[in-house]
Design a protein around this ligand. Structure first.
Ligand code: OAD
Length: 235
């Protein structure tokens, strides 16, 4: 692939699937076992924060049992060796991109490893369980701490920054996402309208496949390292 200057890469649950993280909408995925409106809205959190905390506490604890896979490692290598900017915009709340060595990461749906204080607005590291009575280490108030994740009905983080980087890119790549959730699902159309080359790497055709200049289907652990090799070779 002709070597691009700056690259924006969107990742979704599919890139972490081979690390043992469940996707959302595949057969057996998270939303087939738990109703999203039961755990992932601000309304349910205000009704039953203990249940929502338990759901995210279990996912946070699960991070210790998983490792980055070849796709995460390949993207970290791309960031290290590529001449232009490489921005990873991830919908994932796991920390596998960081642990693989990527640094230029935008977590648009938040991070499991952080807590957000609704009282003072602080984003704090969270390595253990969160609970309704936790005291914020920044403001000292109890009762306002929540997982630092974006729920349905909330605006994803860093959107201005993401659009700025996206529209300045030469190549937009979407990896392991079904293209079912906006605004991330709209990035391909935005990129296309701006004349930016677009590539999809996903296990199977996604909702957005027809919008991409090119779509490759298969496992992220195979497609992503091959893509990085191609970029490096400038072919
Ligand atoms: P989805 O579960 O909707 O889609 C995962 C995609 O990954 C599917 O298209 C799969 O085909 C693909 N996939 C599965 N295994 C793969 C593999 N080994 N290699 C490559 N692709 C693979 O997950 P997302 O698109 O990430 O939001 O979901 C987007 C958002 O919906 C999430 O961030 C979450 C969810 O509700 C919130 O919770 C706010």
């Amino acid at each position: 692939m002709r070597r691009p200057g700056s690259i924006v890469i969107l990742t979704g649950a599919g890139i972490s699937a081979e690390s043992g993280v469940d996707t959302f909408r595949d057969k057996g995925g998270i939303w087939s076992r738990v109703k999203l409106e039961d755990v992932a809205t601000p309304e349910v959190f205000s009704r039953d924060s203990a249940m929502v905390h338990a759901f995210y506490n279990a996912r946070r604890a699960g991070l210790a049992a998983i490792e980055p896979n070849a796709a995460h490692h390949a993207l970290a290598k791309l960031e290290r060796v590529h001449d232009g900017a490489v921005t990873l915009v991830t919908q994932n709340i796991d920390d596998l991109h960081e642990r693989a060595g990527s640094r230029n990461i935008v977590h648009m749906h938040g991070e499991l490893t952080k807590a957000f204080c609704a009282t003072c607005g602080a984003h704090l590291l969270a390595d253990g369980d969160l609970s309704a009575d936790l005291v914020c280490s920044a403001c000292g108030h109890a009762g306002g701490m929540r997982p630092d994740v974006v729920w349905f009905g909330e605006i994803p983080y860093h959107m201005d920054d993401i659009y700025k980087r996206l529209l300045a890119a030469d190549l937009f790549v979407s990896i392991g996402t079904s293209g079912a959730v906006y605004p991330a699902a709209g990035f391909v159309a935005e990129a296309r309208a701006a004349g930016i080359r677009t590539l999809e790497l996903n296990l199977e055709p996604s909702d957005g496949t027809p919008l991409f200049d090119e779509a490759r289907h298969g496992k992220a652990s195979v497609l992503v390292p091959a893509f990085v090799t191609e970029i490096r070779a400038g072919i």
